[in-house]
Design a protein around this ligand. Structure first.
Ligand code: GLU
Length: 492
């Protein structure tokens, strides 16, 4: 087999969608598995919908996911440029070849004329296909249109190409994922390959680029199947080798509708901002249509690449289970090295003054708060009591704990005893054990004793390990908060 070359060809009309990330991943895996090349091409022919911010987002998201490309707009390569808008001079030449071979023709129809054709089809309850009224225009007729100021588009002559290379109107191909697919090309209609303004349409530009970039395998979403038939005929009409195609099932939301903003994040960068780890995201999207042969789902991209076979990819749609992603993300957070986690949490702690904590204190805070984190941003609400002199008391902690007589008693006693304690974790652990023991003897459950201290010091009824919290806060701040939580009558 000649060299395997695959590509991801996003249109920068939005931030990189998680579905495009999956397509990119499957192409990347296919390249890895076959010692091939992974190419990035930016399809920005639709200038109105394109923006540099989206292009940057596509680059950053793919890089963050570790899907590095061998050739692309930034790194270059033998077959550049890799941005379609920089290739506009290439396409007319190939359109001319098709015109010369008789597989394309100029079309002078105005938008109004085309609308009228469509209206007739609708009236007759027939699917619209272009009537080919410009197929056999004479030179004189064309000249007349030109004089009227009409600029022609160029249409691909489907039936001519089909009949030249196939026995009937049926076009078939063997999809790497879906098996044999076919269409009756008489239903496709001669489509525009070059618009009257001289720019190529998607179906034309994509073939020329894939052909010139020597793309051997095209893996993309099944929404492109109808385009694939048109594209195969263009390859054939140009006398080019037709690549292999593999179409992936769609990614649906848990309610089986198209995944969209109303279900939650959809762009890779949105997931990252919320605090999903790129390692978890890429592992999760790999499982949308593919499953590991050993049943072990947690895997790095390199591990997946060894096991990946495009023919094993499911041809059906996959459901984007946010719950599963959450589970996976929390798993990845648990597995992170502490220093790495400390760094990754910083963007979510900007509302706090981290300089209040020494590095050792910050480490300890992260150690005792990481367990329940599902996404990194959960840290923001998990740690307010580690900062500042005072603490905000939640209503529940006030009414259910601090307002009780027993809590007030515990706090008074704690304030008295802790004055003489050394606030070092091991020592505190021991002191608190004794302290709880004393109350237990008075018939107060250990957890009730600890609730009182927790409510006073953190303002909450649950949270991280108390000993660690007290050690991080230190004696002065702990006692300040405990005294503040004591009722005036008790204080005196
Ligand atoms: N620019 C197209 C898209 O974003 C690429 C489709 C293809 O892979 O051919 O859908």
């Amino acid at each position: 087999m000649s060299e395997v070359r695959v590509r991801i060809a996003p249109s920068p009309s939005g931030n990189l969608h998680i579905g495009t990330a999956r397509t990119a991943l499957f192409n990347y895996l296919f390249a890895k598995k076959n010692n091939g090349k992974f190419v990035l091409r930016i399809e920005d022919t639709d200038a109105e919908r394109t923006s540099q911010a989206y292009i940057d987002n596509i680059f950053d998201s793919l890089k963050a996911l570790g899907l590095n490309w061998d050739e692309g707009p930034d790194v270059g390569g033998e077959y550049g440029p890799y941005t379609q808008s920089e290739r506009f001079d290439i396409y007319p030449k190939y359109a001319q070849i098709l015109l010369d071979k008789g597989f394309a023709y100029e079309c002078f129809c105005t938008p109004e004329e085309l609308e009228a054709e469509k209206a007739i089809a609708t009236q007759n309850k027939k699917p619209y296909v272009y009537t080919k009224r410009c197929e056999h225009l004479t030179e004189e007729e064309k000249e007349k249109f030109r004089k009227e100021g009409r600029k022609p588009a160029i249409r691909f002559n489907i039936s001519k190409a089909q009949r030249a290379f196939h026995d009937s109107s049926i076009l078939k191909f063997n999809d790497m994922v879906k098996g044999e697919l076919h269409v009756d090309t008489d239903l496709l209609g001669d489509f525009v390959i070059m618009k009257s303004n001289g720019t190529p349409t998607y179906n034309f530009a994509v073939v020329i680029d894939d052909m010139l970039m020597k793309i051997s395998h095209i893996i993309r979403g099944e929404d492109h199947i109808s385009n694939t038939f048109k594209q195969i005929l263009i390859y054939e009409a140009l006398g080019a080798e037709v690549p292999e195609f593999g179409h992936l099932g769609m990614i649906l939301a848990p309610d089986r509708s198209k995944l969209s903003k109303r279900h939650g994040a959809t762009a890779v960068s949105e997931f990252v901002e919320k605090g999903y780890l790129t390692e978890a995201l890429i592992n999760f999207v790999a499982l949308l249509g593919w499953s590991p042969s050993d049943g072990v789902e947690i895997k790095t991209v390199d591990e997946i690449a060894k096991d990946f076979r495009i023919h094993d990819v499911s041809s059906s749609n996959s459901i984007f289970e946010y719950d599963k992603l959450n589970w996976m993300n929390s798993h990845y957070i648990k597995m992170l090295d502490i220093e790495d986690l400390k760094e990754r949490l910083k963007p979510y702690l900007t509302k706090y003054d981290l300089s209040e904590l020494s590095d050792a204190q910050y480490t300890r805070m992260v150690e005792v708060t990481r367990e329940p984190l599902t996404i990194l941003s959960d840290i923001t609400d998990a740690v307010p009591y580690f900062f500042g002199e005072d603490v905000e008391i939640e209503p529940k902690a006030q009414t259910e704990v601090l307002d009780t007589e027993v809590a007030q008693d515990v706090l008074e006693e704690f304030a008295r005893q802790a004055q003489g304690w050394e606030f070092e974790e091991e020592n505190l652990h021991h002191k608190l054990e004794v302290f709880r023991g004393e109350y237990k003897e008075k018939g107060i459950k250990p957890k009730v004793t600890m609730w009182a201290i927790r409510a006073a010091v953190t303002g909450r009824t649950c949270g991280a390990d108390m000993t660690a919290i007290l050690a991080i806060l230190g004696k002065e701040r702990t006692l300040h908060r405990v005294r503040k939580a004591m009722k005036p009558a008790v204080k005196n």
